[in-house]
Design a protein around this ligand. Structure first.
Ligand code: DX5
Ligand code: ZN
Length: 240
C-alpha cells in the first residue's frame, strides 16, 4: 500500500434534478474524481446521459470528470465527450476491436484514456495495451445499474490486473466500479485497486455526502481484510 486512494463518486446514484449540487457536495467532501456513467441501451440495458449533461457537470465542478462509456462503438462519440469537458474517457474492451487505435484517439483529444473490463472479460484483454492506457477499470458488478451486489470473485481479477500492470511497469491507475462501500473497500484496496468508484454508498445513505465519502476513505485507507474473501460470496465479512 502506501499509495493514496482516490474516491470517485458516481453521479448515477445522485438526484438528477439537482446534479450540480450533488457534484459540488462531492467535491467539498474531498472526492478526487467525478465518475459519470454513460449508457446507450445497447451495450448495457440502461440509458443514462450524453455529452450535454457532461457539459453541464463541467460548469459545476473543477474535479476531473471520469467518464465511463458503456456504449457500443464509442469512437463515434469520443470527440463530443472531450469537447464537453471530460478528462478521462474510459471505453469497454468488449466494444473496441481496435482498442489500441481507440486509445490513441482519446489521447489525441487531450484526455486520459481508460479501458474497462466486464466481470466475464479476463485481464488478457488489456495485456498488450497496459502501457498505452492511463487507467484500467475492473467492473465489480455487471455494468448497467447502480446498487448491485459486489461480485467477490472479482477480487482475484483485481489482483491479476495489478500484477499485469506491475509486471509491465505500467503507471495506469487501477479503478474498481460496482458495489464499493466501506465493507468492500478494504478488500479491493488489498487486491491492488487505487481508485474506488462508489454510487449508492455516497448518494444513497442516511449520512451526508461528506460523511459517506469519509467513511469509504477511512475504510479504504485504514482497514485490512481479516480473512480472504471467498469467490461467489454475495456478502463480504471482515474484521476491522
Ligand atoms: C454500473 C456503473 C457504476 C455504478 C456503481 O454500471 O458503472 O459506476 O454507478 O454504482 P454502485 O456504487 O451503487 O454499485
Ligand atoms: Zn461506472
Amino acid at each position: 500500500m502506501g499509495t493514496a486512494i482516490k474516491i470517485a463518486p458516481s453521479i448515477l446514484a445522485a438526484d438528477f434534478a439537482r446534479l450540480g449540487q450533488a457534484v459540488a457536495e462531492a467535491e467539498a467532501a474531498g472526492a478526487d474524481y467525478i465518475h459519470v456513467d454513460v449508457m446507450d441501451g445497447h451495450f448495457v440495458p440502461n440509458i443514462t446521459l450524453g455529452p450535454l449533461v457532461v457539459q453541464a457537470l463541467r460548469r459545476a465542478t473543477s474535479l476531473p470528470l471520469d467518464v465511463h462509456l458503456m456504449i457500443e462503438a464509442p469512437e463515434r462519440y469520443l470527440a463530443a465527450f472531450a469537447q464537453a469537458g471530460a478528462n478521462h474517457l474510459t471505453v469497454h474492451a468488449e466494444t473496441c476491436p481496435h482498442l489500441h487505435r481507440t486509445l490513441q484517439q482519446i489521447h489525441a483529444l487531450g484526455c486520459r484514456a481508460g479501458v474497462a473490463l466486464n466481470p466475464s472479460t479476463p485481464p488478457v484483454a488489456v495485456s498488450e495495451i497496459v502501457n498505452d492506457a492511463d487507467l484500467i477499470l475492473v467492473m465489480t458488478v455487471n455494468p448497467g445499474f447502480g446498487g448491485q451486489t459486489f461480485i467477490a470473485g472479482m477480487l482475484d481479477k483485481v489482483q491479476r490486473v495489478r500484477a499485469l500492470l506491475d509486471e509491465h511497469g505500467s503507471a495506469a491507475e487501477l479503478e474498481v466500479d460496482g458495489g464499493i462501500d466501506p465493507e468492500t473497500a478494504p478488500y479491493v484496496v488489498a487486491a491492488g485497486a487505487r481508485v474506488l468508484v462508489a454510487g449508492s454508498a455516497v448518494f444513497h445513505t442516511r449520512e451526508s455526502i461528506a460523511e459517506a465519502v469519509a467513511a469509504i476513505r477511512r475504510a479504504a485507507e485504514t482497514k485490512r481484510p481479516a480473512a480472504p474473501l471467498r469467490a461467489g460470496l454475495g456478502v463480504v465479512e471482515y474484521g476491522a
